[in-house]
Design a protein. Structure first.
Length: 738
């Protein structure tokens, strides 16, 4: 008879084909720090380059010369980091100098007893520690064989085995004879417990949990079980898989309880004494570290949670207890580099180690809801879309050894990446499970391979005439029905790109599109002119764009909207100033005046352009509301006549006729020569003044610091007729006052 207490187990897997391909690429560096650097390097060197940032206990990624990343995820650890380097998981046991036993490289801290009265098992994870003692007292020195330590004859006819795993261990008591089973020490098994940072408990179904101070479950285990060695209807094949063969005999769930100081398991005495029981018999108070994310369910124990168990992933129906099994595997997709990428290919790989019958019964992979630590046969996640079926005889006899099978999950993973799903869960079951001849065992560490590439993306959008990208009430106006739509397109892998630009109604109905050619370097600017007749005056439109990298179209950009307005404002704006009234002399040089502009009935006037003695005007001011007034302060710097040019501008940029607001500054001013004029010949002297002026006197000086000197009258002649100027100054002015 065998009493088995399973606590944790994982299997090493062979190096992936992609990893071997990387090793063969001599011209390329082994890795680069991140995805972008690895992609550039792979394109240059022509081989696969590992992405260092994607390497962890579960994952690896390789950049390929074609710009595609191949990413691989195992559901349980396959490597561990030691002294800054990654090494494969190695569960082979070796004695330590202090006499205890430890595996070579595992994802959790694990130490087995080397014999004597110390802890049987010490397990550390994320700063917490759990130590379990022997339920049978002092232990003999173990015999080591690979990943298993056997403590012989812990009771007469009883062995105890501990098996190391990647993230835990399995414990098995082997009661070899019926006489050994009668030992009263097997009536109740009490495992002493000491812990640091953990609280051990059982739920209503007897499932074990060890949680840290924040309530995070660090260790978990299914309710203890007990089974015998009978295998009705089939001969059990010799297992060649990394995991031990699963129990195939009569299975019973055991009562269990937990306290701060011990875990107690009570074997079923009636099963031990039943003459039909086939020895050995197994008892399993299982517990595993929750670093992994898989589960299985059993119809024979419908309320038992098999969360991260150490054994095989069981699937299908068996005549033993009319039991049916299903297995689930979770992937936290949100923590991977896949969301937002285009998935070229995705496959789910798993090894079929054993088949109870050499009969053609398929297994099917389905997308399911998230499997949690509380999943049981009676509480399964939703079974969703099928991902395919595989029929394999692998592991049914020596002529059909265990081997890998795979499922194409490209469409499903592509949808998950596109929609940025948080979790991706697959369930494995047999459609023939009710026939009870479809039982199979699979590796509990399958893996997915996902090949992806980044999308070409639109990095900026704009129009000619220029308009901001906005929607709804914030949408801008454009003053043409044939605007140019422009986009800049980039590709994360640096490949050539081109866009598709689409224009729609604001309701999203497509009107037209264009694909500017040819493709150009990543980051290039592309544009297209909306053809005449597509847009109408007074109507709002939407447009968007997407990029193409030669492989796949990227996602559509967010939309921009605008309203076409080609109507020219009909009326020139009004201008008024109390400081400088129109057509009058007032104020003086360097005296600021206020000028108020009005829309003259143009209801959508959004701005006024103005310029003093400058046309077209170059300054602008906006009213507080469309069609409203706006006031500006202007300081003429010279006396004399001035013209203020003003026009209104609507939201689309259409401009009105220009108002010329004429006014004069001061009381008089020289109009010729103008400041800055130079001449070596005669020049005209002209001036303007208020209407009341009757004469003019001209003076000159060399510079600002000099005194003004009256120009000799003998040096001046009348402009009309050339006669001499009557002295003394001032000379009489004509009706034009000049």
């Amino acid at each position: 008879m065998v009493l088995a207490a399973i606590f944790l187990q994982v299997a090493a897997s062979p190096a992936s084909p992609a990893a071997e391909a990387v090793a063969r690429k001599q011209v390329c560096p082994a890795d680069r720090p991140d995805e972008a650097a690895a992609l550039v390097t792979a394109r240059i060197c022509g081989g696969d380059v590992q992405i260092a940032a994607q390497t962890n206990e579960y994952d690896q990624g390789w950049a390929q010369p074609n710009g595609i990343v191949r990413w691989e995820h195992h559901y349980r650890p396959i490597r561990v980091e030691r002294n800054g380097a990654w090494i494969p998981v190695d569960t082979a046991l070796a004695a330590r100098p202090d006499g205890t036993v430890q595996p070579m490289a595992t994802a959790v801290g694990l130490v087995f007893s080397g014999g004597g009265a110390g802890p049987l098992v010490s397990l550390s994870e994320a700063g917490t520690t759990l130590k379990l003692g022997s339920p049978l007292g002092s232990m003999p020195k173990p015999v080591l064989a690979g990943d298993t330590a056997t403590y012989p004859e812990v009771l007469p006819g009883v062995d105890l085995q501990l098996t190391a795993d990647a993230d835990g261990y399995a414990q098995v008591l082997v009661v070899k004879t019926r006489q050994a089973a009668a030992n009263p020490k097997l009536a109740k098994l009490a495992f002493p417990v000491t812990s640091s940072g953990l609280t051990v408990s059982t739920d209503s179904a007897g499932n074990l949990r060890a949680a840290d101070s924040k309530g995070n479950v660090r260790l978990a285990g299914n309710a203890p079980e007990m089974w015998d060695a009978s295998v009705p209807g089939a001969t059990r094949a010799k297992a060649t898989a990394p995991e031990a063969a699963e129990p195939m005999g009569l299975i019973k769930r055991l009562a269990a309880s937990a306290s701060k100081t011990q875990i107690t398991v009570t074997p079923i005495q009636s099963m031990l004494t039943d003459p039909n029981t086939v020895y050995p018999v197994y008892i399993d108070p299982g517990a595993t570290a929750t670093r992994s994310d898989w589960a299985k369910v059993s119809s024979a124990n419908p309320t038992t949670s098999y969360w991260n168990p150490t054994g095989s992933a069981q699937v299908g129906g068996t005549p033993v207890s009319s039991n049916r099994y299903r297995s689930f595997f979770n992937l936290n997709l949100g923590a991977t580099p896949v969301p937002g990428k285009y998935v070229n290919d995705a496959d789910f790989h798993i090894t079929q180690n054993y088949s109870q019958y050499c009969e053609s019964h398929p297994v099917e992979l389905r997308a399911t809801g998230l499997a949690t630590s509380s999943v049981t046969w009676n509480s399964q996640p939703a079974w969703n879309t099928p991902q395919g079926q595989v029929t394999s005889l692998a592991g049914c006899d020596s002529a059909h050894p265990g081997g890998p099978i795979e499922f194409d999950v490209t469409a499903h993973v592509r949808a998950a990446a596109s929609d940025a799903w948080t979790n991706l869960t697959y369930g494995l079951w047999s459609p023939d499970e009710d026939g009870l001849h479809s039982y199979k065992e699979f590796s509990n560490n399958p893996y997915v391979t996902i090949s992806y590439t980044g999308y070409a993306v639109v990095t900026s959008k704009g129009t000619l005439p220029a308009a901001v990208c906005a929607t709804g009430s914030s949408r801008p106006y454009v003053n043409t029905s044939t605007p140019t739509l422009r986009v800049r397109v980039g590709d994360p892998e640096g490949y050539t790109v081109r866009p598709e630009i689409e224009w729609d109604t604001v309701a999203g109905v497509k009107i037209g599109s264009a694909q500017p050619q040819p493709a150009n370097a990543s980051g290039s600017l592309f544009g297209t002119v909306v053809p005449a007749g597509a847009f109408s005056n007074g109507t709002s439109y939407s447009w968007k764009a997407r990029g193409f990298d030669g492989t796949v179209w990227g996602p559509w950009s967010s939309a921009c909207e605008f309203t076409v307005d080609t109507t020219i404002p009909a009326a020139a704006p009004t201008v008024a100033s109390t400081t400088y009234p129109a057509g009058q002399w007032a104020g003086g040089a360097n005296t600021t005046g206020t000028f108020t502009f009005g829309a003259a009935g143009v209801t959508d006037a959004a701005a006024y352009d103005y310029g003093l003695d400058t046309t077209p005007p170059t300054n602008s001011i906006s009213p507080s509301a469309l069609g409203g007034t706006a006031s500006v302060s202007i300081t003429p710097t010279t006396d004399g006549a001035h013209i203020l040019y003003v026009r209104s501008r609507d939201r689309a940029g259409n401009v009105s006729p220009t108002t010329q607001y004429a006014f004069s500054v001061g009381s008089a001013a020289v109009t010729s020569p103008k400041p800055g004029d130079t001449t070596a010949a005669d020049l005209a002297l002209t001036a303007s003044a208020k209407p009341a002026a009757t004469g003019v006197t001209y003076q000159w000086r060399r510079g600002d610091a000099d005194t003004w000197v009256t120009i000799p009258a003998s040096d001046v002649t009348q402009a009309a007729g050339g006669g001499a100027v009557t002295c003394p100054w001032p000379a009489a002015v004509a009706a034009s006052r000049s």
